[in-house]
Write a protein that binds this ligand. Structure first.
Ligand code: UN1
Length: 496
């Protein structure tokens, strides 16, 4: 079959990788469907993109922030115009169902409109000086050239979380999209280009993490790296970026728990658990991968949950009746299968699923059945490690305190959820659950763009996207203006 060949975007020009090599982008629901060939870039491509970004930064940083914001607003409107097309492109390259890819494009639209408003804020702080006739203020400055390394599970939303705040603050960007889903980044950047973004302000360099990604992390002229992906890769990035003292924002794994108390609305908790565990085929960093059940409701919940999991329709996400798309690639299927084996060996009880689907309509894709384990104890690996697939562990508890303790017993701390009608327990959980996000009577997935997004412990290194992204993409400058016309020595001349 014929398919298009895409190039890197460097300084406003579409340029093939110096290596001349490409990586094929395949539809995970049907590997015979090739979306395109994307460049396989290395350090020399990254160096060109950094030089272009550096040049563009010199003028972009001087464009008034409200003007920069207008470009974002127009880009948001361009995304609205192309929402359906971009959603279809995304389902084709990533696999998740159309309702979800429409949501992913919508999340980028929300981000554009939210961040566009920041162009007229970007607030700093003024404060009295300790000296007479002296004015003191703090202003936000752009960081400079920033590198953005993005994952395949939210191929447009997550790039928008990074690009838009970086741009409104006056930074120049190089984005390296995931090799599985680069087209959605091209679509997002096209919306910016069509909105009038000057050349070189955003550059796209495609390639693998170990080649293009590593070169970006190591380049001395890149001042910050924003990464979303696994904790293992995040740790490597932080270590390598330390050599050139880059700012690093890391959003990484999760082992998110939904807790169901015995006073919960059980049908609501079931709806939430099903969506949280199997939405996006379990491939969200916020996905529900543990369901903590009070002993009093565990049997009823488990029976109903498994019955509904078995009924979920699996298939090509472009078919509107399908509820669960494929996993993104063969490596993800292998991970799911490996954890199924491990859980069985550890003594967990497989209640449904557990296999890749390889026959009939599934023969040319990477599909995995919704999988539920019961009898899981908190020390099992299936209860502690991120699977990033449609595999969920049911764990029973006797008291609320025990539930919170189990929820907090893992290395990760991204999202948590509690189903209860008890307001006292709800507020206690909001305080005590170790996570960047806590939901009450809602699933672990579904964050909105204008709240802080990120986690604690091995999930993150303290930064936040959404509300908080501007703190990462700006650096504070303190400015003092002395209008006394004499030398005034701080800490000395006013010390009476
Ligand atoms: C992710 O899982 O990587 O909160 C991002 C959510 C989405 C974003 C998820 N809005 O589930």
């Amino acid at each position: 079959m014929t398919y298009p060949t895409y190039h890197n975007l460097i300084g406003g020009q579409w340029i093939p990788a110096v290596s001349g090599k490409t990586i094929l982008n395949l539809n995970p629901a049907d590997h015979s469907d090739v979306i395109g060939a994307f460049p396989s870039s290395h350090a020399e491509d990254v160096a060109m993109a950094v030089a272009a970004a550096k040049k563009a930064f010199a003028t972009w940083r001087l464009v008034p922030a409200p003007r920069r914001a207008e470009i974002l607003l127009r880009a948001g409107n361009n995304l609205v115009q192309n929402k359906e097309k971009y959603a279809r492109d995304m389902t084709r390259e990533m696999g998740k169902v159309l309702a979800e890819t429409r949501g992913d494009v919508q999340e980028a639209i929300d981000e554009a409109f939210y961040v566009a408003g920041e162009g007229r804020r970007l607030f700093g702080v003024t404060t009295p000086s300790e000296l007479q006739n002296k004015f003191a203020m703090s202003v936000r400055m752009p960081v400079g050239v920033v590198g953005l390394i993005t994952p395949w599970n939210f191929p447009m939303a997550i790039p928008s979380w990074k690009l838009f705040p970086a741009l409104v603050a006056g930074n120049a960007c190089i984005i390296k999209p995931a090799t599985d889903t680069p087209l959605s980044t091209y679509n997002l950047v096209q919306a910016l280009v069509d909105a009038g973004l000057p050349p070189g302000v955003v550059n796209i360099v495609c390639g693998t993490g170990s080649t293009a990604g590593a070169a970006l992390v190591e380049h001395p002229d890149v001042r910050a790296i924003s990464f979303t992906g696994s904790s293992a890769v995040g740790s490597l990035i932080a270590q390598r970026a330390a050599a050139t003292f880059k700012q690093v924002s890391l959003e990484m794994g999760g082992k998110n728990a939904q807790i169901v108390l015995n006073d919960a609305n059980l049908d609501l908790a079931l709806d939430g658990a099903l969506w949280g565990a199997f939405g996006t085929t379990g491939q969200r960093c916020t996905a529900t991968s543990r369901i903590l059940l009070h002993k009093g409701i565990a049997a009823e919940f488990t029976e109903k949950f498994v019955a509904r999991a078995k009924k979920l329709k699996i298939g090509n996400g472009l078919d509107e009746s399908v509820e669960i798309g494929p996993q993104v690639n063969a490596a993800q299927i292998e991970t799911s299968a490996r954890y199924v084996d491990l859980a069985i060996k550890e003594g967990a009880q497989l209640l449904c699923g557990g296999h890749a689907l390889t026959e009939g309509p599934y023969a040319h894709g990477t599909f995995f059945e919704p999988t539920v384990f019961a009898g899981v104890t908190p020390s099992m690996r299936i209860a502690r490690e991120e699977v990033f697939g449609p595999v969920v562990a049911l764990i029973e508890f006797s008291t609320f305190d025990e539930a919170v303790e189990i929820a907090n017993s893992v290395d990760y701390g991204l999202s948590t959820s509690l189903y209860t009608r008890d307001v006292n327990r709800a507020f206690t959980a909001m305080r005590d659950l170790e996570a960047g996000i806590t939901y009450i009577n809602a699933p672990t997935i579904g964050a909105e763009v204008h709240l802080p997004f990120g986690g604690v412990k091995h999930t993150g290194n303290g930064h936040r996207e959404g509300l908080g992204a501007l703190d990462f993409f700006t650096t504070w400058k303190a400015v003092y203006v002395d209008y006394s016309d004499k030398l005034q020595r701080a800490q000395i001349d006013n010390a009476e």
